[in-house]
Design a binder for this molecule. Sequence first.
Ligand SMILES: Cc1ncc(COP(=O)(O)O)c(C=O)c1O
Length: 441
Amino acid sequence: MNATPEFLYPESAPTIPPETQLNLNVRGLRPSATLAINEHSAALEQEGREVFRLGLGQSPFPVPEPVVEALRRNAHQKDYLPVKGLQVLREAVAGYHRRRNRVDVRGEDVLIGPGSKELMFILQLVYYGDLVIPMPSWVSYMPQAHMIGRQIRWVPTRVEDGWRLTPDGLERVCREDPTRPRLLILNYPSNPTGKSYRSDELEALADVARRYRVLLLSDEIYGELHFDGEHRSIACFYPEGTVISSGLSKWCGAGGWRLGTFAFPPALRWLLEAMSVVASETFTSTSAPIQHAAVTAFEGGEEIDAYLRASRRVLKAIGPWVAAGLRESGVHVPEPDGGFYLFPDFEVSRSRLAMRGIVSSEQLCSRLLDDLGIAMLPGTAFGRPATELTARMAYVDFDGAQALAAAAAVREGAALDESFLRTHCPRIVTATERLVEWLRH
Ligand SMILES: Cc1ncc(COP(=O)(O)O)c(C=O)c1O
């Protein structure tokens, strides 16, 4: 029998650093920026500092009661479930997409996973193509591609377009090598900007994607949190090439439950099958009680609709209020359409910030945390250049259950005003005011 190679034991081979034994695609990667800021914030809080948690993008709202009740009823479910997901849940998710997005999805075209993030990783693993993403994009698409060894094409966007992908921008990338396989991930309402796309804009992007046979992953995890409930899926315009990604994490307030869904067109069944092979050799199946409870969430009903209306109302009161406050001090902030993020650009304060030694988005966020206790994520985490002064604010540091209850007492249809925010989202108001004051000095 061969002796165990010595290099497996770094202490007996001090000249070989342990990290040299890591897969080259993983070496040097740091934990996800979102999780890192949360840990840093927790450490400051332990020292007794007040921290405004505007870093991690977690829903502030509780899971709707009928869904919690369904989980209670299903706590005893203990068997492994089919790798593609519980059949009734796959049917419920298909029904949800038919009802909400007017896209003809069938149960056998749905894949359930432990979070949409995991499904995205597996998709990138099985699909042989470059990853194409607008700059800025959510923090994890790029590291996933990097780990797998895929090429990454960032598509430039402009502040005037609300940092959104344009058909021209996509066309420019595709034209370079028209037949190259590509996976485009489009996320709207967007993390980090809160911006969405109008139907005509989706249609124009769909035309380019179709022309170049781009595989489109439409990340619609914030779709239900469109402020006016008017989310539209690009799958309506490019049904044959779009996979819709969704899950419980954002609209259902259940990030920690870990349940994500992919809905495929029938023509992409081969992709679903390939992904389920990988799933069968990795996570096996998603937690049984959670899948049973998710049936209630995706089947919906009046109570869940009311919960969604109230969530949207609260978010619609906060996002535009904070954006307007920042704009008063000259900061450029795209007007959000949904979700719970803003992506301010502090360029207007560049010279004043430079005098304080701040010339990059990382320095900006680190000083905001040290000086004001405000946790935000630097634009670099979303692919923006290091010296650009952009940052993402997740306006979720408030008691969501209390805010929903208070919103229910205000006549439906009436906007929630500033006094509502001061009473029920006081930490968001204080953080905004402190930030504006800090910029002035
Ligand atoms: C844009 C976007 N996509 C996907 C995810 C992943 O969600 P989950 O894995 O919880 O389904 C997140 C979570 O923060 C997100 O912001």
